[in-house]
Design a protein around this ligand. Structure first.
Ligand SMILES: Cc1cc2nc3c(=O)[nH]c(=O)nc-3n(C[C@H](O)[C@H](O)[C@H](O)COP(=O)(O)OP(=O)(O)OC[C@H]3O[C@@H](n4cnc5c(N)ncnc54)[C@H](O)[C@@H]3O)c2cc1C
Length: 404
């Protein structure tokens, strides 16, 4: 019988400590400043690249880990330091997931390293799906990709919105419609290389939280791409479109399969923020004295902390399960990827709000980080599928019915 254990091995513990030290020593001290500046923290990305945390090789090895736990462990520790900076460093991972999910081995080898650049000259990447009229409803994309046989070129037109690293990325991975009648089954994913004419940044958004992470519109105006920039190649796309036109079902495509694979990682991001808030509130509650005793001596406060810890640990188990399943090639038959993101996202919102409550007035002002963590946590119930959409995925998976 196979042994079952949830204990981390030596390598995993070392990796966790390595990222924790970076988070504690470099990320957390810089967090308030970059939140105020609302700019991409390039010097911190560079430091992450210098130690090998932000690199093609690191991600390659992490994806190769047979337990599936490397990325959730590392992600939780980095986001424990700060979610905005964490996303500035790991935001490229979604583009990497998009290339890996749809690309040929040659395309993966060519484009994934370019998402990171080098330690001397780090780059970031963007994954652009969302549009003003196509957020939760990814099937409604208006961005069009038209093929010109004579020149073997694709021409893309449209506007993407709320794109992490949009416009500042070297590599943009863009999902567009090639046959709008087929809705999501008529979509394809393209790599747009650095300095491609026709791609520009639209408005940059001023946000509620994760303000060190850049979010902007991406405008595509007659962007011409050689045929080889279509992920997976034209032959595969044509075969898929033909199947869809005949009404045959096909595997989940592009955006949805990328999001499914990345959801446990978003769950791990949320866990980092939730744990930061819990630890801070626990320390504070032991120190802060009112009515002649530490406030943690009141059950009202101690039970909040007990609930926070219980919920965080439960969320982590869901994240680890989904990450292990994804690595082991087990299908998410009950929407387990969505469960992990749903639970961890909602736990982060609740834990950071409770942390403010435990700190009282000190929690509401910027002298303490829980105010920022609470603003940061909210994104986890919104991006990469809102909480409602995660529930929809789970409900459809467990019922086998097309619940709306
Ligand atoms: C900071 C930030 C970074 C982002 N980064 C990226 C990125 O890098 N790439 C990218 O492509 N996108 C990105 N997004 C977009 C993000 O994925 C979308 O905002 C998200 O999917 C929700 O879409 P929406 O905002 O249009 O909301 P809507 O779809 O308009 O939803 C509004 C509300 O209606 C609810 N709702 C919608 N449909 C249903 C339904 N069928 N049943 C029940 N409730 C429903 C939603 O849950 C939500 O509460 C980012 C967004 C933000 C804010």
């Amino acid at each position: 019988m196979a042994e079952f254990s949830l204990e981390l091995n030596e390598d995993q513990l070392q990796l966790q400590k390595w990222v924790h030290d970076f988070s504690e020593g470099v990320v957390r001290p810089a967090a308030a400043e970059w939140d105020e500046r609302e700019e991409t923290p390039w010097p911190i990305i560079q430091e992450a690249a210098n130690i090998g945390l932000y690199s093609f090789e690191f991600f390659f090895n992490a994806f190769g880990d047979s337990t599936g736990l490397t990325l959730p462990l590392v992600t939780e520790e980095l986001f424990w330091g700060d979610a905005g900076i964490g996303l500035a460093i790991f935001g490229s991972a979604l583009a990497v997931a998009g290339i890996t999910a749809g690309g040929t081995p040659d395309q993966v080898a060519e484009w994934v390293p370019q998402c990171f650049g080098s330690p001397d000259d780090p780059k970031v990447a963007a994954y652009a799906v969302s549009e003003a009229d196509a957020g939760s409803d990814v099937s409604a994309l208006r961005t069009r990709a038209v093929y010109h046989e004579a020149t073997d070129e694709w021409v893309l037109n449209g506007t993407k919105t709320w794109i992490t690293n949009g416009g500042i990325a070297d590599v943009h991975v863009v999902v567009a419609s090639v046959d709008s009648e087929l809705r999501s089954r008529g979509q394809a994913t393209f790599v747009i290389p650095p300095n491609t004419p026709g791609l520009s940044q639209g408005s940059k958004f001023k946000k509620h939280g994760i303000r060190a992470s850049h979010t902007a519109e991406v405008v595509l105006d007659d962007v011409r791409l050689p045929g080889r920039m279509l992920l997976g190649g034209k032959e595969k796309l044509d075969a898929r479109l033909a199947r869809a036109r005949e009404g045959k079902s096909s595997r989940k495509q592009g955006a949805m399969s990328t999001f499914e694979a990345s959801r446990p990682m978003v769950g791990a991001q949320a866990l980092g923020v939730a744990r930061a808030a819990y630890e801070y509130a626990l320390d504070y509650a032991k120190e802060r004295v009112q009515f002649g005793r530490p406030i943690i001596m009141n059950q009202a406060i101690a039970f909040k902390l007990a609930d926070m810890r219980t919920e965080i640990d439960a969320a982590r188990l869901l994240v680890w399960r989904a990450a292990w399943m994804a690595r082991a090639g087990k299908p998410f038959e009950a929407g387990e990827g969505s469960m992990s993101k749903l639970k961890a996202g909602e736990v982060a919102v609740r834990a950071t709000e409770e942390a403010i409550q435990i700190l009282g007035g000190s929690g509401y002002v910027r002298e303490h980080p829980v105010e920022r963590w609470s603003r940061d946590a909210k994104i986890f119930t919104i991006f990469e599928g809102t909480s409602e959409i995660q529930r929809l995925v789970i409900a459809r998976a467990i019922s086998g019915m097309r619940i709306v």
